[in-house]
Structures are given as structure tokens and as C-alpha cells.
Design a protein around this ligand. Structure first.
Ligand code: GLU
Length: 419
């Protein structure tokens, strides 16, 4: 890292935006200026009563980056490393992701600085209800629709939906997505991000004339994205040779039995000490030779430091922002095919959109319909990015960015500046 401090996620998001817009000479400087900043940001400090009667103060955020293409959409993260800057970056990435997928949304993100694993279920419920109340001035089925992200899950979404509904006096299922199916969630939403990652890895391999069967995959992160992506890669005939979670990684060059690993993780809450696999640390895991590398944890994992040692053919970004711009250049020079995050992990928000539409209409789709529509939208988006990349001679990430930014710019110019 040459002694340079690591760039924050927001600095990375801005650098990516600047690089993309520097190639878009048709955009007016006014439009660029407008799109570069978040529309509104809320910081909340709020009390939560712990099980022993103590009061703890927590800090949370909700950032709306853009409302140009519609209501804002984006997850809520519970993690000790949450910051306002990280939330800004994630909100901006949501704007581009929704635009790339042609969803009628702008981008948002929320977060609370907390390690949810340290709280009891009742503490987590109280924290969620209070945070939801605090951000309710910025949330609503027509205005801003949260969803799960790192550290949150369908149960947390159920509490948010209930809190908002209690304040209204009637049930408002469309205020969040990623809710349990029993209260208006969508078939296929839980698996959507991981399934989308698999579709994108499959399309990338097809493009490189490689077969999924017999390919090897390495997955960093074994949460809602990583575990499900690993499962689908395994089902498609790929050999998943290594996976990791916050505690460390496991490796078996012959391939891990992913269904048994999932059962094991349900019982032990970690991948560590899974029988028949060797221990491996996070640094070693990312540098394993493999066909597909799927970072599915946090941002900033592939940097200029480890990029020269990355040995995958396809980098399928399940996480948001896993690769820094400096690392991008190194990977490109080494011929790595990158499926950028705003495309690769867009399955989650795409099925969130399906869920929101179903909740608003109180009319529900079959699992088959959800998965078919998801596959269609993602494969179309993959092909658009590939075409843009070929036509303009841009790396895939920049192709995805320019497509997305153009759509936001067009909407912005049509709507005009108010007043
Ligand atoms: N948190 C997910 C993401 O980063 C999903 C957001 C959503 O469904 O609104 O894309």
C-alpha cells in the first residue's frame, strides 16, 4: 500500500464515478455535479434498553443518494464498522445498481454501528424497532424501501414492517422487502442475491468459453450471499474448493460438500473445523488458483497489495465494493474477467423490486415466475454490459457504470432542476 492510508469506501465510490464520467463527454458538468452527491443524510443516536436494564446508546444512519428515477431502495446493515461514509458509498452504489437493472428506484442505504451477534434476540428487536422509528421520517412504501444487508435478515425486516405499521394503524407490507413470506415476502427473495451471482458467473464462463462443470470456485463470506452462491455453484457442477467466514477459511482441493457444510454451519454457526477440510486464512483464500473467485463479504478486500496474487479467471463480485480502483487495473492487466458488483449482486434488489410490486398489488407470483424473471433481467443486463464494453472499449466495470449513470442523467435532464 506504499504507506498510503487505505481509501474509504466512499472515496472508492467517488473515484469510480469520476473515472466513468470522465469518459462520458456528452454529459453536462451540471448533471455530473448533481449526481456526485447524496441527496439527504440522516444520523440518529438512540437508546436501547439491554436485558439487564442498562441503557446503551447506538448510532445509525440512513442516506438517500438519488430520487431521480423513483423512490429510494437499499439495505440496512448492522455491523461494528458501519460509518456515515460507508453508508454514503453503499447508497451511491445502489443508485447505479438500480439504474443498471432498469428498476424504477434511486439508491439508499442504512446502517447501525452494532455487532448483532453480541445482542440477545430481545435486544436486537428493541434496537430494530427504535432505529426504524428514528428513520421513519425518511422511510415509506412510496419514498424509501429498506431491505436486508450484512447483519440483518428477514426477521429484522418483519420487525421494521411491524413498527412502521403500528405507527400507521394498518399493515404496510410494501415498506420493506426481504420480509418473511408469511407476511407478504416474495418467493425466491431469500436466495435471490446468491442465485444472481451464480447466473453471472455462468454467463461469464460461457463468454470465456469455459464450462461451469469441472470449474473451481472460491467463496469469501458464508452469509446470505456467499453460502447461497456456493450452493448454486455446487449444484451447477462447479467444485467449491474453499470458503470462509469471519472466523477464517476452510480448503479442500477435491471440493467441499456444500450441502453438508450448510447443515454444519446451521449447528455450529461457523465453517471452521468442518471435517475433511484444511484451515486457511483469508489472505491465502483470496490468492488460491481457481476459475471463479466470489468475494461475498465486505468492501475493500481486493487491493493493489493482493491483486497481483489473485489467480482466478472470473471475479464475480457478490459483495458491494470488494475491489479498489487500483486493484481493478492490475486485474485487468492480468486478464481477469470482472463481473462488477452493481451487476453481479443485483439479484437481491431485483427480486426486492418484484416483492415490492407484489406487496403493493397484494397479488403474488409463483417461485418459478420470480426465478425466470430474475434470470431474464440479469442475463439481459450482463449482455448489455458486455456490448457496451466491446463497443466503447471499456472495462466491464466502467461499461456498467456508464450505462447506469447515463440512465440517471437522462432522467435528471428530463425532470429538470427544481424550481
Ligand atoms: N442489500 C442488498 C444490496 O446491496 C439488497 C438491497 C435491496 O434489496 O433493496 O443490493
Amino acid at each position: 500500500m506504499n504507506g498510503q492510508p487505505r481509501r474509504s469506501a466512499y472515496e472508492v465510490a467517488l473515484a469510480q464515478f469520476d473515472e466513468a464520467t470522465s469518459q462520458m463527454s456528452h454529459l453536462s458538468p451540471n448533471t455530473i455535479k448533481f449526481m456526485r452527491v447524496p441527496k439527504r443524510e440522516l444520523t440518529v443516536n438512540f437508546p436501547v434498553e439491554m436485558d439487564d436494564g442498562r441503557i446503551e446508546m447506538y448510532t445509525g444512519y440512513r442516506v438517500h443518494h438519488s430520487t431521480v428515477r423513483g423512490p429510494t431502495k437499499g439495505g440496512i446493515r448492522y455491523h461494528p464498522a458501519v460509518t456515515l461514509d460507508e453508508t454514503r458509498a453503499l447508497a451511491m452504489w445502489m443508485t447505479w445498481k438500480c439504474a443498471l437493472m432498469n428498476l424504477p428506484y434511486g439508491g439508499a442505504k442504512g446502517g447501525v454501528i452494532v455487532d448483532p451477534r453480541q445482542l440477545s434476540e430481545r435486544e436486537l428487536r428493541r434496537l430494530t424497532r427504535r432505529y426504524a422509528t428514528e428513520i421513519s421520517i425518511m422511510m415509506g412504501p412510496e419514498g424509501d424501501i429498506p431491505a436486508p444487508d450484512v447483519g440483518t435478515n428477514p426477521q429484522v425486516m418483519a420487525w421494521i414492517m411491524d413498527t412502521y405499521s403500528m405507527h400507521r394503524g394498518y399493515s404496510v407490507p410494501a415498506v420493506v422487502t426481504g420480509k418473511p413470506i408469511q407476511i407478504g415476502g416474495s418467493q425466491g427473495r431469500f436466495e435471490a442475491t446468491g442465485m444472481g451471482v451464480m447466473f453471472m458467473a455462468r454467463e461469464a464462463l460461457k463468454h470465456l468459453r469455459l464450462r461451469v462443470e469441472g470449474s473451481t470456485a472460491v467463496v469469501q463470506g458464508f452469509g446470505n450471499v456467499g453460502a447461497i452462491a456456493a450452493r448454486y455453484m455446487h449444484m451447477m457442477g462447479a467444485k467449491v474448493v474453499a470458503v470462509s467466514d469471519v472466523n477464517g477459511g476452510i480448503y479442500n482441493p477435491k471440493g467441499l460438500d456444500i450441502p453438508s457444510l450448510q447443515t454444519y454451519v446451521r449447528e455450529t454457526r461457523t465453517v471452521m473445523d468442518f471435517p475433511g477440510a484444511d484451515k486457511i486464512n483469508n489472505t491465502e483464500l483470496l490468492e488460491l488458483p481457481c476459475t471463479v473467485l466470489i468475494p461475498a463479504a465486505l468492501e475493500g478486500q481486493i487491493t493493489e497489495e493482493n491483486a497481483p496474487k489473485i489467480r482466478c479467471k472470473v471475479l464475480a463480485e457478490g459483495a458491494n465494493g470488494p475491489t479498489t480502483p487500483d486493484a481493478d487495473k492490475i486485474l485487468m492487466d492480468n486478464g481477469t474477467f470482472i463481473v462488477p458488483d452493481i451487476l453481479c449482486n443485483a439479484g437481491g434488489v431485483t427480486v426486492s423490486y418484484f416483492e415490492w410490486v407484489q406487496s403493493l398489488q397484494a397479488f403474488f407470483w409463483s417461485e418459478d415466475d420470480v426465478k425466470r424473471q430474475l434470470e431474464r433481467l440479469m442475463v439481459d443486463a450482463f449482455n448489455s454490459v458486455l456490448n457496451e464494453s466491446r463497443e466503447k472499449g471499456l472495462p466491464t466495470r466502467m461499461a456498467a457504470y456508464t450505462l447506469a449513470i447515463n440512465r440517471v442523467a437522462e432522467a435528471l435532464e428530463l425532470r429538470g432542476v427544481y424550481p
